[in-house]
Design a protein around this ligand. Structure first.
Ligand SMILES: [Zn+2]
Length: 200
């Protein structure tokens, strides 16, 4: 089992290579092409990847979903409407970047096409793929834990250098979720923005 990072505009998606390859997140609207060409570079047939799991419903994680073709899309229950309707979940910002964000948001918050998805629950998704509910950044944030390689994909629950994000809907829940992640003592922690923590 292996995790590949797919660098997109300001954000990443991830490919979990295993018995069944799984794509995590789909970037901003317009990222579909880039994801597909990167998958081909990795020697994958993008049509054979049937599962896409979203870490949460911020637009820079679900915006490119409709460009990926026929897939089975999974997101936490609380994010389902955003995914289906292409609805924008406004980031709750708690730092000076708020002003910058206000200026940039008409460009970032482009409308996008929704896709049909299914709700994903905490627990085993497929053999070796565990879903952990990690709310705080948003109320639909999940992390994907891979016990076989003791690695976890946390989306935006942690940022580069494992800093807690300054965007969150609930601070206490965020702290609890970060603790939950740390208790697993993962060797590798993959984050969507910035540098992942890779020890192996
Ligand atoms: Zn986010």
């Amino acid at each position: 089992m292996k995790v590949y990072e797919i660098n997109l505009t300001l954000v990443k998606s991830f490919l979990i290579e295993g018995k069944e390859d799984i794509l995590i997140d789909s970037g901003t609207p317009g990222s579909g092409k880039k994801i597909i060409s990167r998958l081909k570079e990795l020697g994958k047939d993008p049509n054979k990847i049937s599962y896409v799991i979203f870490t949460h419903s911020h637009e820079d994680h679900i915006g490119g979903a409709s460009e990926l073709g026929e897939k089975k899309f999974f997101i936490h229950q609380n994010g389902l409407d955003y995914l289906k309707e292409g609805k924008i979940r406004k980031p709750q910002i708690h730092s000076p970047i708020k002003i910058l964000f206000k200026i940039a948001s008409p460009f970032l918050m482009k409308p996008f096409k929704g896709v049909n998805g299914e709700a994903i629950k905490e627990g085993e998704f497929l053999q070796g793929i565990e879903i952990i509910y990690t709310p705080g950044h948003t109320d639909d944030s999940i992390s994907i834990y891979l016990p076989e390689i003791n690695s976890i994909i946390v989306g935006d629950t942690l940022g580069g250098k494992l800093k807690p994000p300054s965007i969150y809907e609930n601070y206490d829940e965020l702290q609890k979720s970060i603790e939950k992640i740390k208790e697993l003592k993962p060797k590798n922690i993959y984050v969507s923005h910035g540098k992942s923590f890779i020890s192996q």
